[in-house]
Design a protein around this ligand. Structure first.
Ligand code: SAH
Ligand code: SF4
Length: 434
């Protein structure tokens, strides 16, 4: 009988993609998926290292597996960014972990597991490596209607607080042809939403001579035949081009959400973060996005970066209000081993970080509502999120990625036209157009 595997995914969309890829690669090698960790012969945790709390969750998950479910013969594998960061240290820290595999090595997972089955040697597979993109065609997707498509690996930006360039290595673009072919196949198989993902979509293609840029890639995907939409994440404000706005404007199939992480509204802090733009440049870019009809602007913010003063933070509040973000992911600064900022200490007390976060969240409710209210009365095309039917309601997203709830008698699929009837700070309500 073939061995069964279970993957537990933590963290970002990149990890969700990687988990689907691991699943496909393992199936191709004859392993079979299990429904729970308890039933599996091989348990894999795909981990996130972006903040301390996330990294600790990785260990507590594996700890709980090892306590509850570990049959003597169960193989326990740590993948993802904590694996890359901790390497052999993870094997030392937890005796029950058998294999540690960093993100640059996951495409070899089949071979790595087969070796382990033969020799039983605990080992870490880390370090940066070139990507064999051709292996990505093995991917086993969990959702038929929506798909993540990784368009590049790694990051060359080295924002001073961020562990991603250390955990995922240098940027390497996936060939344009491969991405377009993947998208075409997905659409043929019924996929309605393709999300092109990279740490920074705006630098796509720049590491390869002769490869087109991101605007060209997006144009090609959007020109494919079929009923679908295509979105993209994340766009670094530093590398933002006018051309990207024009490309988005040129097609009704391209999603109109721009996720442009601001991180801080203080020029002094932005410099220390090594973000490569100042507030003036950010507002220029934000203005361009706002002039595009039907667009939304979302962001990431870090509060409590080392040395962040009340005045710096008030700068962030002011920028947040001026850019009037539709929504934001907001984080308390967490020092990460090996990053430039980790040498600056963690000087802002926890209580101050929490208080700043709360003030930002209150502001987000206001800007979110102010953006959503004008949509009341408008008609929107909504793509249903799969399996959201409950209590006579379904949920889907507009082209600008706003969540809409509306009544339905049973579960729905695909695109539905909805009239917006009311607006809240985080979502909209509507009625299907008769
Ligand atoms: N590549 C993406 C996102 C990377 S990580 C980008 O550049 O936008 C996602 C978010 O986590 C970041 O935008 C940042 O806001 C947050 N983050 C990263 N490192 C962090 C740290 N050390 N502490 C707190 N938040 C952090
Ligand atoms: Fe991290 Fe900056 Fe790269 Fe984003 S652009 S992954 S925040 S280093």
């Amino acid at each position: 009988m073939s061995l069964r595997f279970y993957i537990h995914t933590m963290g970002c969309q990149m990890n969700e993609y990687d988990s689907e890829l691991i699943s496909g690669l393992l199936r191709a090698e004859g392993f079979e998926p299990a429904l729970s960790a308890g039933e599996a012969d091989i348990v894999l945790a795909n981990t996130c290292a972006v903040r301390e709390l996330a990294a600790e969750k990785a260990y507590s998950y594996l700890g709980s597996i090892l306590k509850k479910d570990k049959k003597s013969e169960q193989i326990v594998v740590m993948c993802g960014c904590v694996a890359e960061q901790d390497g052999a240290g993870a094997l030392k820290r937890m005796n029950g972990i058998d294999l540690v595999i960093g993100p640059s090595k996951i495409r070899n997972i089949g071979g790595i597991l087969k070796d382990f089955l033969k020799n039983g040697r605990r080992k870490d597979y880390t370090g940066d490596a070139k990507v064999e993109w051709n292996k990505d065609s093995a991917i086993a997707r969990s959702s038929g209607e929506k798909a993540w498509v990784t368009i590049s690996k790694g990051c060359n930006s080295f924002c001073s607080y961020c562990v991603v360039p250390l955990a995922r290595g240098r940027e390497e673009s996936r060939p344009q042809e491969d991405i377009v072919e993947t998208a075409a196949k997905l659409i043929k198989s019924g996929c309605r939403e393709i999300n092109l993902i990279a740490q920074n979509v705006n630098t796509y293609g720049k590491d390869k001579k002769g490869e087109g840029d991101f605007a060209e890639l997006l144009t090609r995907v959007a020109s494919l035949e079929g009923e679908f939409r295509v979105g993209f994440k994340t766009a670094h404000p530093r590398d933002f081009s006018e051309e990207l706005i024009q490309t988005v404007e040129s097609s009704k199939k391209i999603m109109r959400n721009f996720h442009l992480p601001l991180q801080s509204g203080s020029d002094r802090v932005l410099k220390l973060m090594n973000r490569g733009y100042d507030t003036k440049r950010y507002l220029e870019v934000a203005g361009k996005v706002r002039r595009l009809s039907g667009s939304s602007l979302t962001t990431d913010i870090i509060v409590g970066f080392p040395g962040e003063t009340e005045e710096d933070f008030e700068g962030t509040l002011a920028m947040f209000a001026r850019a009037a973000f539709d929504s934001a992911y907001m984080f308390k600064y967490s020092p990460r081993k090996g990053t430039a900022a980790s040498k600056l200490g963690d000087t802002v007390p926890k209580g101050v970080k929490e208080e700043r976060l709360a003030r930002l969240m209150a502001l987000q409710r206001k800007t979110g509502l102010a953006n959503n209210k004008p949509l009341v009365g408008s008609e929107q095309e909504v793509l249903i999120d799969s399996e959201t039917f409950s209590a006579g309601k379904v949920c889907g997203k507009t082209l600008s990625e706003k969540q809409v709830f509306f009544p339905a008698e049973n579960s729905l699929k695909g695109f539905v036209r909805v009239t917006i009837t009311s607006a809240g700070p985080f979502s909209l309500k509507g009625e299907p157009v008769k």
